[in-house]
Design a protein around this ligand. Structure first.
Ligand code: HSE
Length: 297
């Protein structure tokens, strides 16, 4: 038997919520097809042109599935076919999507024996292969949908899944590479308490704004005082793109995950398109190729 899932792109951090907040997009998505095998082991194929590793230990879906198979008493395996709809390295959770899609599909083939929290935990093994860090802020929204708060990863994973606010996202993906590893190396190791206070005030405000659909509060609370300033130098055009998207009516936004994509939240579809196009014009002028995504959360 086979199962096919669409594994969606996600935006990690969502402004002020470094490593804890994430939102799920409706598109783009990876397509992951799993077929159960009666012999142990994984056979992985990529039906796309990204030249990603198919060795199960080096493939994000493979690493997640190996972790899952360790929890399964039956001597089974899977044939895995992945079609990447999300460009690797784009900053919208490409590796998380494949890992999340693989464990969700496997779970369906196994009679849904694992809950979402366990699936997040297993998919994080795939994320670790891609970025060297077992973070869950892309995995959690990819598995649970909506928006998620990863309250803790250690000692026990604690994911709070919340309904998506009725917003539209505009994403520009400029075609240069920012490695998550490098984007984490530039971060401060210490933060002044005054800045930390402003930051967690924004995180609380943003979650409240999402839950009460208060777009003005969302707009005020999105700003990241700690991580984005340190990463801005890695993303030429960031300040300009944000400013133009705000002028086009967006509520606010920032670097998506560790970049290079930039996301902006919007109250409706028309504003989201205007914000995306405004950001696209910035990169067009800079002579940098880009892709745009617009969709509801
Ligand atoms: N929270 C992570 C970071 C996401 O910003 O480094 C990376 O995809």
């Amino acid at each position: 038997s086979s199962v096919t899932v669409h594994a969606p792109a996600t935006i990690a951090n969502v402004g002020c919520g470094f490593d804890v907040l994430g939102i799920c997009l409706t598109a783009p998505y990876d397509t992951v097809r799993l077929t159960r095998r009666d012999q142990p082991g994984l056979v992985i194929r990529h039906l796309d042109n990204y030249d990603l590793p198919t060795d199960p230990y080096r493939n994000v879906a493979g690493a997640a599935l190996l972790a899952l198979l360790r929890e399964v008493p039956e001597p089974i395996g899977f044939e895995v076919e992945i079609t990447k709809g999300i460009r690797p390295g784009s900053g919208i959770g490409s590796s998380a999507a494949s890992a999340a899609g693989a464990v969700v599909a496997a779970n369906a083939l196994l009679g849904n024996r694992f809950d979402n929290k366990k699936l997040v935990d297993l998919a994080m093994y795939g994320e670790a292969v891609a970025s060297g860090v077992r973070h869950a802020d892309n995995i959690a929204p990819a598995v649970c949908g909506g928006f998620t708060l990863v309250r803790a990863v250690q000692p026990v994973l604690d994911v709070v899944a919340l309904p998506a606010p009725p917003l539209w996202v505009a994403v520009v993906h400029p075609q240069f590479e920012v490695k998550t590893r490098e984007a984490r190396a530039v971060l401060p190791t210490q933060v002044p308490l005054s800045l930390a206070v402003r930051q967690w005030a924004n995180v609380g405000g943003l979650v409240a704004g999402f839950l009460t659909h208060d777009s003005e509060l969302i707009s005020r609370a999105l700003e990241d005082y700690i991580v984005e300033p340190a990463r801005a130098a890695l993303i030429p055009g960031l300040a300009d793109a944000k400013q133009r998207a705000l002028a086009a009516g967006a509520l606010g936004g920032g670097i998506s995950g560790s970049g290079p994509s930039i996301f902006m939240l919007n109250q409706n579809e028309a504003t989201a398109h205007a914000a995306a196009e405004a950001m696209g014009r910035v990169y067009q002028k800079m002579g940098i190729e880009f892709h745009l995504h617009v969709g509801p959360i």
